[in-house]
Design a binder for this molecule. Sequence first.
Ligand SMILES: [Zn+2]
Length: 210
Amino acid sequence: MNPKEQAIKDRLAEYMPATAVDMAFALMQQYKLYVKVVAPRKTRLGQFAVKLAPNARPVLSINSDLSPYQFLITFIHEVGHFVVWQEHGVNVKPHGVEWQRAYANLLTPFIKPDIFPKDVLLALEQHIVRPGASSCQDAVLEQALAKYDSRTKTLNLVLVESLAAGVHFVLDGHTFQKGKILRTFCICVDVVSKKQYRVRLNALVLPIAH
Ligand SMILES: [Zn+2]
């Protein structure tokens, strides 16, 4: 391997489980992607940006403060956006069926006990069999990941259960308003799309002033 490739792999190993580096690097090579580690953004963990200059490589940016597991999952999430963009351009929904399919295909080879701890692995196995579920229903995965995540403290994440009705909060990059509680979840409204979602009461969220 040339020294440049080794340097990229070494850098990846600083942010994601070392056992995932070879596979992640292979994806970067296959799709000719750059990965940029950036200062933490509050409302997103990662982003895929298309560079339209000739021969420019597409860039995935990922927040620097993620746990290795969240970093890897975010990397796959963004590679999924690239794959969909390559096949369909911008004519499909960002997290529609095309993305869900690409994401599940890309993530499956990484769902292994030498990459993820057992609780995250179990949550991921659930996560992948129902890729149709909206991200805010993946509270089980969020909660499993939160245990390994220093941001839980620094970002002041709280259980949605502890918030008063009407409070706004951010979950997975979307802003919701908490509504009424039904058994183990609450009905929350995405303040942008006005769509209603069920959010599990044990979801960790970032409350915001509005
Ligand atoms: Zn996305």
